[in-house]
Ligand binder design. Structure first.
Ligand code: SAM
Length: 442
């Protein structure tokens, strides 16, 4: 039976209205009624029942022509403008996308396969009218043959106008996203996040939705009247919450990627804080600033260590301040009784477990002189020993840098360790809030 859909068309059996119910029962019984589309009235008063063209056989048509309980005079046609049924409209966007792609492939004379089905995206990032697909999708060679129709279909199935696809973040310091625009004129998108407007070009700047908790936390820090230095400002994901919500008086935003700088400039204006921020375009290690900051943000992973000497230099030399140091810390897999699903009480740490909670750790580790673990704001929940070890080593190192720079004693205190996200298996992106103060007046 040649009942193959042409592009956008759907196979249907046309009959007189008085036979429509009987035909419907037959098609339902044979599971070949295409419930994705509505029955359709045809010119002249006949009715078309959409059928699954690929499942309809000669035997079905013969059974309908043969005298007997299913005898229904009907003919096969193609509906050029099939109307989706209610059942179809409650499909998930991923199901809708899969169905539309299937129709496109079959309509182009190709066969649908399991490989293609696996290649269809099940999730994506949406940035207004632009959908950003992940690097794992549309790998099969066949997709390329479909040309621009493929991306038009993806856009229309997902209610978008532009489509882009992610590659791997290039390993260089610029953190270029390697995103390709597949449909549309440009990659500029706008987001509103916690009341802050951000615009950026998805093909040129990196976007980390996983950092949302850190952005919210930063927004709630008490920074009134403070001067911030953001050493890795990007498009302003942290600079802006500091200025807009945390009431920082002024920010120095350092960034060496010109595309991120362009987005940052636009974002400062969009949020009306351009007068409270100075952008330093270039390598932050060459920054010509010192003795200005109450707070320094070091939002670079896997490590911001190269920025630590500059962070020390920009801190106010007489009063010091707080560093927010991002880092990827490798951890050992948690013991079974600390795995998710175990209650907080059950999670109370034991020494035998080899993983200690915050209260125990304070007692066990005598803090080295002048490198304190305050833990005032520390969550009682799990602070992994690896985070703690890294934080203590960092506190020591920063104290050393400050003392060398200023030639007098400093104190560094761990205020808090924030878990931002799981970056990779057994790798956690954490932020250390480190208070740094000179211990003696100059
Ligand atoms: C991981 S991104 C994060 C940016 C920002 N915190 C965010 O979440 O959008 C780090 C940014 O630091 C910039 N960067 C890296 N090394 C730098 C350096 N030495 N000087 C200036 N900017 C740098 C990169 O271009 C990138 O935009």
């Amino acid at each position: 039976m040649d009942a193959k859909d042409t592009r956008g068309a759907v196979s249907a059996l046309v009959t007189e209205p008085r036979f429509a119910q009987r035909l419907r029962e037959y098609l339902e019984g044979e599971q070949i009624l295409d419930v994705r589309y509505r029955l359709q009235k045809m010119p002249g008063g006949s009715v078309a029942l959409p059928v699954l063209g690929e499942k309809l056989t000669e035997q079905h048509l013969r059974a309908l022509q043969k005298s007997g309980p299913w005898e229904v005079p009907c003919r096969l046609t193609q509906l050029q403008d099939p109307v989706p049924s209610k059942a179809a409209s409650v499909r998930t966007p991923a199901q809708k996308l899969c169905r539309e792609l299937q129709r496109l492939v079959v309509g182009s004379g190709e066969s649908w396969s399991e490989e293609l089905e696996r290649d269809v995206p099940r999730s994506w990032q949406r940035h207004g009218d632009l959908v950003l697909l992940s690097e794992d999708n549309f790998g099969a060679a066949l997709w390329e043959k479909l040309g621009p129709a493929l991306w038009e279909t993806v856009a229309s199935a997902l209610g978008a106008r532009r489509v882009a696809k992610r590659g791997r973040v290039s390993p260089g310091g610029m953190r270029s996203p390697s995103v390709t625009l597949l449909l549309g004129q440009d990659g500029w998108v706008e987001h509103v996040d916690n009341g802050i407007r951000y615009t950026f070009d998805v093909t040129k700047c990196m976007f980390s939705p996983g950092n949302i908790t850190e952005k919210l936390r930063v927004a709630s820090l008490p920074c009134s009247g403070e001067v911030l230095v953001d050493l890795y400002a990007g498009i302003g994901y942290f600079t802006l919450p500091y200025l807009v919500h945390a009431a920082a008086a002024f920010a120095h935003a350092c960034e060496w990627n010109r595309h991120a700088v362009e987005a940052l400039q636009r974002n400062l204006v969009l949020n009306g804080v351009q007068d409270r921020c100075r952008i330093h375009h270039g390598d932050n290690r060459q920054l010509e600033l010192q003795d200005v900051a109450d707070r320094v943000n070091l939002g670079l992973i896997p490590s911001s260590e190269k920025g630590w000497p500059m962070a020390c230099r920009v801190l106010k030399k007489d009063t010091g301040g707080v560093l927010h140091i991002h880092h990827n810390v490798e951890v050992l897999p948690a013991p079974a009784h600390l795995q998710p699903g175990v209650s907080r009480d059950e999670q109370r740490p034991t020494k035998e477990a080899g993983s200690v909670g915050w209260e125990d750790r304070e007692r066990e580790h005598q803090s080295p002189k002048d490198t304190e673990s305050c833990g005032k704001e520390m969550q009682v929940a799990r602070v992994r020993p690896e985070w703690q070890r890294w934080a203590e080593a960092t506190a020591m190192q920063i104290r050393g840098l400050l003392e060398e720079l200023h030639g007098r004693p400093w104190r560094t205190s761990i205020l808090h360790i924030e878990a931002v996200k799981s970056y990779a298996p057994h790798v956690h992106h954490v932020v250390l809030d480190l208070e740094c103060r000179p211990t003696l007046p100059a």
